[in-house]
Write a protein that binds this ligand. Structure first.
Ligand SMILES: *Cc1c(COP(=O)(O)O)cnc(C)c1O
Length: 441
């Protein structure tokens, strides 16, 4: 399997190349040259994520130097579960419509959000891509909070890779601060005296500085890396297989979406032949996807801040992959559906969660729950089907939003509680590339 840039099909690269490069030279995103059809009998007798991942991802690794290590990569990366939980309580209106709902919980990883899956897998891969032992790679990330924590947790103590995280000092939540600063060894975190845009500018300057880039052997691990997207197919494949074995039907998914990486993974899994039915994107007040589907003209918007802030994206990078998959707008309309959820609805749905669903949802998952209620209210027989709502984060991560609405404290999940006792290893620096370079002299 080779990988092509969305902007130029003429320069195929290997998977290892695509993983290390992140973005193609022409600014495009790497996509598989073709999506394989996977014979479902290959999954017979396979039930856990590492086993399903190894089968699912084998064609995507075929011909690459990492193919021989795929089994151990999957075993190492899929170290936490993604359970599919049937919700027994539903609002009366959903129950009346005859629908059923399950939750695909993707928040049992080290930082309690689904991005742990992609980050862990990419880290397990990068640690195994050939490199010069005297010059380890340095993954450089700027973070406004969440991504940096997931990347740091994933790469901590991985051989042959160092991580440098830049975050805006004092501008992340106390919990995020802990998740960023508790790492020692191969992870170094810098609290930049500035805002997120300063951190991002410093990263851009670092990559543009040829000497330092070579000296540090810089690489990135951002969410457009195909090495983060491919493993995310696994939990869709697993959930669809589990659902098929239990209910004898395809699984329909509702996915809280921003940059569209999680959706792409689901669509790729479906294209490979996994028993996946309908795919609905739940989005917040940011409207690039809705605008594109209704008008057929794509344009980016400036970002609108919402309660589901990890989905605050005005110009989703994976739009380029989506349009590459279905260049024709009619194909896209045929294959996905979008439901938009505003902040008032998010607030209302979180507040009703404990009574109506016997669940506390984080603001992102809440968008998908609200979309699920919208589908039931529409009253179409097929909309009343069984829906799998994708739960992208644990509500305790968004305590400042959720706790006032549900009226009580939410206990931290064990992996986050453990972080709270860790020391702070971060260093404060000025918002310049020189200040960062000085820290490595
Ligand atoms: C990143 C994120 C999303 C959005 O996922 P995309 O792949 O960017 O569409 C949704 N929920 C949470 C909690 C996230 O961190």
């Amino acid at each position: 399997m080779k990988y092509l840039s969305t902007r130029n099909p003429d320069r195929p690269v290997t998977l290892s190349h695509a993983l290390i490069a992140g973005l193609a030279d022409d600014g495009g995103l790497y996509v598989p040259e073709a999506l394989p059809t996977i014979d479902l009998s290959r999954f017979d007798g396979k039930d856990d994520l590492p086993a399903i991942a190894a089968e699912l991802l084998a064609p995507f690794f075929a011909g690459d130097a990492l193919a021989a290590k795929l089994g151990e990569i999957c075993a190492e990366a899929f170290s936490f579960d993604t359970p599919l939980v049937d919700l027994v309580a539903q609002p009366a209106q959903v129950a009346r419509a005859g629908g059923r709902t399950s939750l695909l919980e993707l928040f049992h990883g080290p930082t309690a959000a689904f991005k742990d899956v992609g980050a862990s897998f990419l880290a397990a891969c990068m640690a195994r891509v050939e490199h010069d032992a005297r010059n380890p790679r340095t993954v450089l990330v700027a973070t406004s909070g969440d991504t940096g924590g997931a990347v740091a947790a994933a790469f901590h103590r991985k051989p042959g890779v160092n991580v440098v995280v830049l975050y805006p000092q004092g501008k992340v939540s106390p919990l995020q601060q802990k998740q960023l600063t508790c790492w020692d060894g191969n992870v170094r975190t810098f609290g930049v005296r500035g805002v997120f845009d300063d951190c991002q500018r410093m990263v851009k300057e670092a990559f543009a500085d040829e000497d330092w880039r070579r000296q540090m052997n810089l690489t990135s691990a951002n969410s457009i890396n195909i090495g983060r997207l491919l493993p995310q197919m696994t939990y869709y494949a697993a959930a669809a297989l589990w659902h098929q074995r239990k209910c004898g039907a395809d699984a329909n998914f509702i996915i809280p979406s921003g940059n569209l990486g999680n959706v792409m993974a689901c669509l790729y899994a479906r294209a490979c032949g996994l028993p996946i039915g309908r795919v609905v994107l739940a989005v917040n007040a940011n409207r690039p996807v809705v605008h594109y589907l209704t008008t057929g003209e794509y344009r980016g918007f400036s970002t609108i801040p919402t309660l589901a802030n990890a989905m605050d994206v005005g110009d989703p990078s994976n739009m380029e992959r989506l349009r590459h998959l279905w260049p024709d707008i009619e194909q896209l309309r045929h294959n996905i559906q979008v439901i938009q959820v505003d902040d008032d609805t998010i607030r209302d749905t979180i507040t009703r969660g404990p009574a109506d669903w016997q669940q506390i949802f984080d603001p992102h998952t809440t968008c998908a729950i609200a979309a699920r209620e919208t589908l039931a209210a529409a009253g179409n027989a097929e909309d009343a089907a069984h829906w799998v709502v994708v739960s992208t984060a644990h509500p305790a991560k968004f305590d400042t939003i959720v706790e006032p609405l549900v009226g009580h404290r939410i206990p931290l999940p064990p992996q986050l509680a453990a972080l709270m006792d860790q020391p702070d290893y971060s260093t404060e620096i000025d918002p310049t590339l020189d200040a960062l370079k000085r820290a490595f002299r």
